[in-house]
Design a protein around this ligand. Structure first.
Ligand code: TRH
Length: 373
């Protein structure tokens, strides 16, 4: 795909998920598939969290094979790329749209959801005369656009698990946990179930080492350990600096269980092949509950009944729609081995449906259809 150009448009709504997905896709299209990629983003600060060398004020810069452009009110006079990716319905700038014609393929990359309606909407065209906007939905089934998965990710993960884990702990200045310690990463939003969870962990018979990347949960964590100590009973906390995006995978690989959120960390935890607990992004109309249940329904299908119900109970409790965290955690732990096995198999199954490959196939499909019109 070396001669193709691609513009990706990203509006940062909040947090790191929008830019997280766009930055990952931009790097993959540029570095794996050889497209010449411009990423238009309206918030360089958020990008610089994921890519520390990104300058937060430059209008134009090059980062890791991607041309990064600040997207502000005054849109420059540029030639649109062959492949135009609008993300999450962020609305292409008017002057840019005015330059587009039938030779440009316009795809709107949507948010991730496991709900069944996604299959019916994936690849739907939406006429915007004289243009056509095409919907592309990521997802978990073969009738969707799949998930972002870089080439060689599983090989890197497996090599890390074989040879890299000790180094990882050393690099974090943490003594390598003993075999009977449960390691957990914790990257949620604010969560009212946290205190209960910490209480159970503090009382647990196993030592629990909880790694918390700096972020929105930190004030709550600090309030729990108000004496300044980072140990209570059998629970020990280590706060970690927020790392660049490529490095975050290592944390997920190194831990036994991962608490994740939003969209991108949720997907990365699935590629890690470890048990995960998802805090879904809260939507005011409550549709996040349907999304959560839809994912659970798919994920739990091949789990033994008691493991499936443990998984559901813990996820619901963590998302404020279930019973006590105390009971849910102990059930989850009792099914840990089965959930662990399923996590690896799930990652293998999902990996067959690669978003970037599907997106590029779709791009070519649309181009070919037009050529025959
Ligand atoms: O940050 P998120 O909550 O993002 C979002 C946004 O809120 C968005 O508006 C919403 O629509 C979406 O979720 C559903 O969660 P997410 O998607 O997991 O993004 C976090 C990104 O941060 C992800 O790319 C991983 C990255 N990350 C690092 O690069 N380094 C780190 O140390 C950590 C903890 C995360």
């Amino acid at each position: 795909m070396k001669n193709y150009s691609c513009d990706i448009f990203c509006k940062v709504v909040d947090n790191y998920g929008d830019i997280g997905v766009c930055w990952r896709l931009a790097r993959q299209l540029a570095n794996e598939f050889g497209l010449s990629v411009r990423l238009w983003v309206d918030d360089l600060k958020s990008l610089s969290m994921l890519c520390p060398e990104a300058d937060t004020v430059l209008d134009i810069q090059s980062c890791r094979g991607v041309e990064v452009r600040l997207w502000n009110e005054e849109f420059p006079d540029v030639q649109p790329a062959g492949l135009v990716i609008e993300t999450f319905s962020c609305m292409l700038p008017q002057p840019y749209l005015a330059q587009m014609d039938a030779s440009h393929v316009w795809i709107n990359l949507e948010y991730l959801s496991a709900e069944s309606w996604v299959e019916g909407c994936h690849k739907l065209p939406s006429p915007r005369p004289p243009l056509i906007r095409h919907f592309f939905f990521p997802g978990f089934t073969e009738k969707t656009g799949g998930l972002i998965l870089e080439k060689g990710l599983f090989a890197r993960r497996d090599a890390f698990l074989k040879e890299g884990v000790e180094n990882f702990w050393r690099s974090k200045n943490i003594a390598a946990p003993s075999d009977d310690t449960l390691t957990v990463s914790l990257f949620p939003y604010e969560n009212s179930a946290l205190e209960d969870l910490f209480d159970v962990w503090a009382r647990s018979s196993k030592r629990i080492l909880c790694l918390v990347p700096e972020g929105r949960i930190l004030p709550q964590v600090k309030a729990y350990f108000s004496g300044g100590l980072e140990v209570r009973g059998n629970l020990e906390i280590a706060v970690l600096p927020f790392v660049e995006q490529e490095k975050y995978d290592e944390l997920l690989w190194a831990c036994d269980i991962n608490f994740v959120r939003g969209e991108d960390s949720f997907v990365r935890a699935q590629w890690a092949g470890k048990p995960l607990i998802w805090q879904i992004y809260h939507q005011h109309d409550g549709v996040h509950r349907d999304k959560l249940e839809a994912f659970l329904e798919l994920y739990c299908r091949k789990l033994p009944a008691h493991a499936a119900s443990a998984m559901r109970d813990l996820w619901r409790a963590w998302n404020g729609s279930g019973d006590s965290m105390v009971y849910a955690w102990s059930e989850f732990l009792s099914a840990h081995a089965e959930i662990d096995r399923r996590a690896m198999a799930w990652a293998e199954e999902l990996s067959k449906n690669n978003l970037a490959l599907n997106l590029l196939d779709y791009f070519q499909e649309i181009g070919t259809m037009r050529a025959f019109k």
